[in-house]
Design a binder for this molecule. Structure first.
Ligand SMILES: *Cc1c(COP(=O)(O)O)cnc(C)c1O
Length: 384
C-alpha cells in the first residue's frame, strides 16, 4: 500500500507506540490516585505536557489534554461564548474544518450571528476584511492555521494581532500545522490553539487545547477536577504519553518536513504536471504546508480516480465527499471560487516522513495511466 493521505490520519510512529505500551499493560494506574502507582501515571502525563509545551514554545500549564481536535475546537468556541454572554457574534472563514463550520452553523441556528470570511482563488483570507468583521460584540475569531484540503497557510500571526488590538478572543485550529511548520506561541497573541494526535503520528482519540495563561476558560466537559479543573474525565494516559513522544519527534523532524518531505511533494507535483495535460494546483503554491498537494485534473471525476488508485494500492482523498448518496463538491474548493466541475476533478495527496522516493516513482507511473483511462471512459460516455 502507498499511503498518500496523511492529512486524513497518520501512521503511529513505532517509537511512539513503544512509549505508550507500558501504560496500557502495566502502568494502568489512575493519575488522580494518591498512591505511587497512580502518581507514576500522573508524572507521565506531566512529562507529555512538557513535551507539547516545548513543541509549541509555551508553558506546560497552558496545555490541556482533550479527546480530539474536534473537542478542542468546540471547547475553545464554547468557552468564549460563556465568558461574555453579551457577545453574540463570531468570525470564522468559509474554508474551516467541519469541527468549526458545523459548530458555527449550529450556533447560528441558536441565534448567534456568524461572519464567514471569504477566501481568494489561492485560498487566502483578506486581513482587511477580518479587521472590518471584528466588532465590539465579537466573542471569538476562529481561523485555521493550515487548511486540511489544500494545505494553504493563513497569516495567523497577523490575524491574532488584529484580534488582540481589538480585544477579541482568537482561536486557531492548528491541527494540520503542528508538526509540519514551526510554531512559536511565545511571539503570537493567540488565546486558544487546537491540535490532534492522529495527525502527527500519535494515536486517534487524543488532542490538546492550548489555553493562554491570561485567557479565561470555561470548561466544556464538566466532571472530575482533571487537567487543573479545565477538562473533566480520567486522563487517557497511554495516548497522552504517545502524544508527548510524537511532539518530541515532531520538534526534531521539522527540518525534515521543510526539506525531504517538501522535496518529495514537489517532485510528485512537478512529475504529474509534466506528464498529465490540463492539471492545476489548487491553492497558493508558496503559502502552503510542505506535505500537501491538491490538484485539479480536467476531465476526471475524483471518486472514480480514487477507485482506480485504490486498485493499485494508492490512498489519497477526493475534492468531493459522498454525503447521503450525493457527491458534494468540497466547500473549500467552492469557496475559492472554483466550479463544481473543477472541485469534482480534484484530488488531495498528503505525504509524511514515512513516505519514500520509490513510492513517489511508483505513483508517477500509475497516476497518468489512470487519468488517461478515466478520460477515455468519460469521452466514451459523452459519445454514447
Ligand atoms: C482532522 C482535523 C480536525 C479534527 O481532529 P479530530 O482529532 O479528528 O477530531 C480538526 N481540524 C482540522 C484542520 C483537521 O484536519
Amino acid at each position: 500500500m502507498i499511503y498518500f493521505d496523511n492529512n486524513a490520519t497518520t501512521q503511529v510512529d513505532p517509537e511512539v507506540l513503544q512509549q505508550m505500551l507500558p501504560f496500557l499493560l502495566e502502568q494502568y494506574g489512575n493519575p488522580s490516585s494518591a498512591y505511587s502507582f497512580g502518581k507514576r501515571a500522573a508524572k507521565a502525563v506531566n512529562t507529555a505536557r512538557e513535551q507539547i509545551a516545548d513543541l509549541l514554545r509555551c508553558e506546560p500549564a497552558e496545555i490541556v489534554f482533550t479527546s480530539c481536535g474536534t473537542e478542542s475546537d468546540n471547547s475553545a468556541i464554547q468557552s468564549a461564548l460563556l465568558a461574555d454572554p453579551d457577545r453574540r457574534h463570531l468570525v470564522t472563514s468559509k474554508v474551516e474544518h467541519s469541527a468549526v463550520v458545523k459548530h458555527a452553523e449550529a450556533l447560528a441556528r441558536r441565534g448567534y450571528e456568524v461572519t464567514w470570511l471569504d477566501v481568494d482563488s489561492e485560498g487566502l483570507i483578506d486581513l482587511q476584511e477580518l479587521d472590518r468583521a471584528v466588532r465590539e460584540d465579537t466573542a471569538i475569531v476562529s481561523l485555521m492555521w493550515a487548511n486540511n484540503e489544500t494545505g494553504v497557510l493563513f497569516p495567523i500571526e497577523e490575524a491574532a494581532e488584529i484580534c488582540r488590538s481589538k480585544g477579541t478572543v482568537f482561536h486557531t485550529d492548528a491541527v494540520q500545522a503542528v508538526g509540519k511548520i514551526d510554531i512559536n506561541l511565545r511571539d503570537v497573541p493567540i488565546n486558544f490553539l487546537s491540535l490532534s494526535g492522529h495527525k502527527l503520528h500519535a494515536p486517534k482519540g487524543v488532542g490538546v487545547l492550548y489555553i493562554n495563561r491570561k485567557t479565561r476558560f470555561n470548561p466544556y466537559l464538566i466532571g472530575g477536577g482533571q487537567e487543573n479543573k479545565k477538562r473533566g474525565g480520567t486522563e487517557n494516559t497511554a495516548s497522552i504519553v504517545a502524544l508527548g513522544k510524537a511532539a518530541e519527534l515532531a520538534s526534531s523532524g521539522l527540518r525534515d518536513e521543510r526539506t525531504r518531505v517538501k522535496a518529495m511533494r514537489d517532485r510528485f507535483e512537478q512529475g504529474l504536471i509534466n506528464t498529465v495535460s490540463s492539471i492545476r494546483v489548487n491553492g497558493h503554491r508558496v503559502h502552503r504546508l510542505p506535505n500537501t498537494s491538491n490538484l485539479a485534473i480536467d476531465g476526471i471525476d475524483s471518486e472514480g480516480m480514487l477507485m482506480l488508485l485504490d486498485q493499485k494500492g494508492i490512498c489519497c482523498s477526493a475534492g468531493s465527499a459522498c454525503t447521503a448518496g450525493a457527491l458534494e463538491p468540497s466547500h473549500v474548493l467552492r469557496a475559492m471560487g472554483y466550479s463544481n466541475e473543477r472541485a469534482r476533478g480534484s484530488l488531495r495527496f498528503s505525504f509524511s516522513r514515512f513516505n519514500s522516493e520509490s513510492e513517489i516513482d511508483q505513483a508517477l507511473q500509475v497516476i497518468p495511466h489512470a487519468v488517461e483511462k478515466l478520460r477515455g471512459m468519460n469521452r466514451g460516455v459523452l459519445a454514447a
